[in-house]
Design a binder for this molecule. Structure first.
Ligand SMILES: NC(=O)c1ccc[n+]([C@@H]2O[C@H](COP(=O)([O-])OP(=O)(O)OC[C@H]3O[C@@H](n4cnc5c(N)ncnc54)[C@H](O)[C@@H]3O)[C@@H](O)[C@H]2O)c1
Ligand SMILES: [Zn+2]
Ligand SMILES: [Zn+2]
Length: 382
């Protein structure tokens, strides 16, 4: 089969690999029909994620058709069209029993912090991902669901990560009616977080980025007020000015460890590797929220020390909430919103690359060329 393969920072290509076999009776093999590239894949692509091994295949957003099932799989059968959450989870451990699917204890021998994620380095379990013609899906009765008849393929693929994560970010904000919500980052996750904030009763939704074309999308898709942080000496002061000098009730970090906006942070993290990442967006979130407010973090951060303003968070009495999104927990409500017409996730898709052109896809998405917001990857039928 053809699969995307990592060769080193900023280098990916398509190679021939063996079609993965069933390794366990609970496995399924899925023929991928549509995949996507996530902002999280860029952390891998940029060489930021520990233990990203040459030869591995990325891709944790994918939908496809069940090609083969292991002997104990009972809920799926060959030919089913399935969407697969980015988390690999057992469904029955201490954490899964509490709905913390992204914290599953049975799927990743290498870490006590993070669970299993398709195509996301050996730090996250070493599973190959779905930017490929075929992918092995462990715990096939637990994670995947059959795509409802009425749902379009390109909406389904966005249900495997980007939309649930944005929705989850808004949930973690504990938004109450009338709240002022500020979202850092107008990528797919930030756009969905902004849109979801309205569904949870926000009174005002503000989105901050430095890419004007993405801010335009935040206005048209998520009906947000937008600010380009490079146009202000200090974006935090601006946020205070527009919120009666109190700050927002809720701030969402949908940027993560590769934030722009502070040269010193960029040099000490991306260049000198003195920090696990640049905490600019997280610190702006801490500074922009009012005392007693909530900061919700879904942007990706590595395990190492970074210069986070933890003391300010403490002294302001903030609530900090964060996690990798437990995708499947979000599906029932999201399906309802989509069916009722409140959410049309594929509205943010800007690019479709064939699997053969995936190197171009990574380059365009990473360099934010051609007004790219969300690129999909389409493997040709095997
Ligand atoms: N927790 C989870 O489950 C989960 C799931 C998916 C993605 N993520 C993470 O969420 C983040 C966003 O994902 P995405 O797909 O939207 O990525 P993306 O790279 O497309 O979007 C990030 C956006 O942040 C903007 N940005 C950079 N610095 C900023 C700053 N200081 N302030 C405001 N905006 C800034 C960029 O211009 C870009 O538009 C990534 O870190 C990704 O790893 C987490
Ligand atoms: Zn992702
Ligand atoms: Zn589990």
């Amino acid at each position: 089969m053809k699969a995307m393969v990592y060769r080193g920072p900023y280098r990916v290509r398509v190679e021939e690999k063996n079609v993965p076999p069933i390794e366990h009776p609970n496995d399924a093999i899925v023929r991928v029909t549509t995949a996507a590239i996530c902002g999280s894949d860029l952390h891998l692509y940029h060489g930021m994620m520990p233990d990203t091994r040459v030869g591995t295949t990325f891709g944790h957003e994918f939908v496809g058709v069940v090609e083969e099932v292991g002997s104990s799989v009972s809920k799926l059968k060959c030919g089913d069209r399935v969407m697969v959450p980015f988390n690999i989870f057992c469904g029955s451990c201490f954490f899964c029993a509490r709905g913390l699917y992204s914290s599953c204890h049975n799927v990743n021998p290498n870490a006590t912090a993070v669970g299993g994620i398709y195509g996301y380095s050996h730090t996250c379990g070493g599973y190959d991902g779905g930017q490929s013609q075929f992918v092995r899906v462990p715990f096939a009765d637990v994670g995947p669901s059959v795509v409802p008849e009425w749902m379009a393929e390109e909406d389904a693929v966005l249900l495997t990560d980007a939309l649930p994560t944005g929705y989850f970010a808004a949930q973690l904000g504990d938004i109450v009616e009338g709240d002022v919500v500020v979202v850092f980052g107008a990528g797919p996750v930030g756009l969905f977080a902004a849109k979801s904030a309205w569904l949870m009763g926000a009174g005002r939704v503000i989105v901050i980025d430095h890419l004007d074309y993405r801010l335009a999308k935040a206005r048209s898709f998520a009906h947000a007020e937008t600010y380009n942080f490079v146009e202000y000496d200090d974006i935090v002061v601006e946020m205070k000015k527009i919120t009666d000098h109190l700050g927002a009730d809720v701030a969402i970090d949908a940027v993560g460890a590769e934030a722009d906006g502070n040269l010193l942070q960029h040099v000490t993290s991306a260049k000198l590797k003195l920090q696990g990442g640049s905490p600019v967006a997280l610190n702006w979130a801490i500074d922009s929220v009012r005392k007693g407010g909530t900061v919700s973090v879904v942007g990706g951060y590595g395990p190492m020390f970074s210069a986070v303003k933890f003391g300010d968070a403490l002294n302001k009495g903030l609530t900090l909430r964060m996690n990798q999104c437990p995708v499947k927990r979000q599906w029932p409500r999201l399906l309802e919103h989509m069916r009722n017409g409140y959410l049309k996730p594929s509205d943010i898709v800007t690019h479709r690359f064939s699997l053969e052109d995936i190197a171009e896809g990574y380059h365009v998405f990473s360099a934010k060329l051609d007004d790219c917001i969300k690129p999909l990857v389409i493997p040709t039928a095997a």
